[in-house]
Design a protein around this ligand. Structure first.
Ligand code: SAM
Length: 345
């Protein structure tokens, strides 16, 4: 048994190693090694040849990843896939591999490098690093990052819909508008499952590529796609507005602007359906069963977005109250996603 001091040191070491782990797994995934090993074990020399890397150097990384359980190392420096590496396949549909690459790609680390200056100046770390706003300018001008981001969002949403639909029924709405709906994965699933009409609203450069994704669900005819900024105005016509991991993009002032635009777009009996992971209040468990630590994810939001971070249930309730909405119900999905339904008051 380790004494208390050793357990504490081990915890610190694990935190330090977290960075090494994510960088090794990012590099292997970016090189497409999980895709390659999906078709069978390979020697490090063959993997190096196929990925344009130096076998001696690559071996060091692959061995480390084998020790982490991502791959298996066999005799003669042969590496094989595992259940974990199969999750990281990126040449098929959106996967956790895309989420991994979005979160850990060097461009995102550039933002993290500026965390301390962000704390001192109050500026957005990503904007300090890149001199560009994350959503409107950087994403628009960096197709590779945008592709990773969009696939990551589509993956997270596709994972979330079944548990969400088990506890929340959208069939009472005629038209649902998903704002900040990215490639339309949520609205396509709602329309397909509940037979309502849909509106996808996101920034113009984002909605450009959404028809391709929505058509995969066979509901393109039932989803109107509209590009614009929710900070300016929102189209009318929906009796419910969903926003999934969207309000967390904005600071308090801009969130109120967005919610005021929602009020103007909705009928009096309309609903705003907030879909977010809630930061636990003091004393509540800090980690969800799927491993999400909301307080840590809140830092990630703050790195990229002006004042945006995840909030507690109480903070969302107050934010909506300040924008003229009252809380109707909170529905827990059993995952890290919670539904908060609001009505105009
Ligand atoms: C964190 S992503 C969430 C995407 C999606 N709702 C999901 O959960 O997968 C935030 C989304 O908000 C969009 N967004 C950011 N600023 C916006 C604005 N001012 N108006 C409309 N959409 C915006 C981004 O383009 C992005 O698709």
């Amino acid at each position: 048994m380790l004494g208390q001091a050793s357990e504490s040191k081990k915890k610190i070491y694990q935190i330090i190693y977290g960075y090494w782990q994510s960088q090794c797994v990012y590099t292997a995934t970016n090189l497409g090694i999980p895709n390659l090993l999906h078709y069978g074990p390979q020697t490090v020399e063959i993997i190096a040849e196929k990925t344009g890397t130096k076998a001696e150097k690559l071996y060091v990384v692959l061995r480390a990843l084998a020790h982490l359980g991502i791959f298996v190392e066999k005799p003669e420096r042969v590496f094989a896939a595992t259940e974990l590496s199969e999750l990281l396949i990126t040449d098929d549909s959106p996967s956790i591999g895309h989420f991994l690459m979005h979160i850990t790609e060097p461009n995102m680390w550039d933002g993290w490098r500026e965390l301390e200056s962000g704390l001192k100046t109050g500026k957005v770390p990503f904007e300090i690093a890149k001199e560009q706003d994350f959503y409107t300018s950087y994403m628009n001008e960096n197709p590779q990052s945008k592709n990773l981001f969009n696939n990551a969002m589509s993956f997270l949403t596709a994972e979330a819909v079944d548990p969400l639909f088990e506890v929340y029924d959208f069939s009472r709405f005629k038209t649902v508008m998903d704002i900040g709906g990215n490639q339309g994965t949520l609205i396509a699933n709602i329309v397909k499952k509940f037979g309502c009409q849909g509106i996808l609203f996101d920034l113009p450069h984002e909605v450009e590529t959404a028809p391709n994704n929505i058509s995969k669900y066979g509901v393109l005819d039932s989803v109107k796609i509209i590009g614009g900024s929710a900070l300016e105005s929102l189209p009318k016509g929906a009796d419910a507005i969903t926003m999934k991991y969207f309000l967390s993009v904005f600071n308090q002032e801009d969130s109120i602007k967005v919610l005021t635009n929602c009020r103007e777009a909705l009928p009096q009996d309309g609903r705003v359906i907030l879909l977010q992971t809630l930061v636990p209040s003091l004393g509540a468990p800090v980690e969800y069963p799927d491993g999400t630590i909301p307080a840590l994810a809140a830092v990630q939001m703050m790195i990229t977005n002006p004042g945006g971070y995840w909030r507690t249930e109480e903070e969302y309730k107050n934010l909506f109250a300040a924008s003229g909405f009252k809380l109707e119900q909170v529905v827990y999905t059993g995952t890290s996603l919670t539904v908060m339904e609001f009505s105009p008051c």
